[in-house]
Design a protein around this ligand. Structure first.
Ligand code: NI
Ligand code: MN
Length: 236
């Protein structure tokens, strides 16, 4: 029997780095929960349910609502670096799956592999959050996508491309705290992805990179990758 989550999820960009994906089986997964971010449409802040959470690193713009949401919805599994899960557990959050780079865990029938990100990961109270990470996620049917988290460009994105063959990537493009559109275009080439959804842009004036700049850089470099620009609240 085909697993219900064989089909591709519906992805919704909730502003900044918060991405919701709805699985074919009806489960809702949230990545880097900060629903209070200034770009998130108020109507999108209420979740009907929450079955899983992924946290790439400990910065408050990626974890701000994790404790509240976990207590309210009791997701089946929360996937993050070991140190982040320990920190959440101290605040009464259950069902954490602590891991580290290179490891894979199962989440709602999906395979979630933690991969490198070039970034830092201090927690909101100053605690050590372990390494910053990205995630490669493979559905039971084989569809694979990559969530880079906050990161600079690094050439081992080629390795991620070789190992996992993602079709779709969520890449930060805002500059200052992450790579900019020029670097993100190279990331698309390294990864070999056919589609990219830009994130970590437009939240604050300091994040200057735009999806149009990414599009322009990809065209100039001759990289055949479609930019799927989602405004906060829009789905793909
Ligand atoms: Ni960060
Ligand atoms: Mn960030």
């Amino acid at each position: 029997m085909t697993h219900p989550n064989h089909a591709r999820p519906k992805f919704t960009f909730l502003g900044h780095a918060t991405v919701r994906f709805d699985l074919a089986g009806g489960e809702v997964v949230l990545v880097d929960p900060w629903l209070g971010n200034p770009s998130c449409p108020p109507a999108a802040r209420d979740l009907p349910r929450l079955d899983g959470m992924l946290i790439t690193h400990g910065h408050s713009d990626h974890i701000a609502d994790a404790v509240e949401l976990a207590k309210k919805h009791k997701p089946k599994k929360i996937v993050a670096a070991y140190e982040i899960i320990t920190w959440l557990a101290k605040q009464g959050v259950e069902n954490g799956a602590g891991m580290n780079l290179g490891g894979t865990v199962e989440l709602l029938g999906l395979q979630v592999t933690m991969v490198r990100a070039d970034h830092s990961s201090g927690l909101p109270d100053g605690s050590y959050g372990g390494v910053a990470s990205g995630f490669v996620i493979t559905l039971p049917g084989g569809f694979t996508f990559y969530l880079a988290g906050d990161t600079a460009l690094f050439s081992d994105m080629q390795l991620i491309g070789d190992l996992y063959r993602p079709e779709l990537a969520f890449l930060p493009i805002g500059d200052l705290f992450t790579m900019n559109p020029e670097a993100a275009a190279r990331a698309c080439r390294y990864l070999g992805v056919r589609r990219v959804v830009p994130i970590h842009w437009g939240t604050f004036p300091a994040l200057t990179g735009t999806p149009d700049q990414l599009k322009e850089a990809l065209e100039r470099m001759g990289v055949a990758c479609e930019v799927v620009t989602l405004q906060p609240g829009e789905s793909y």
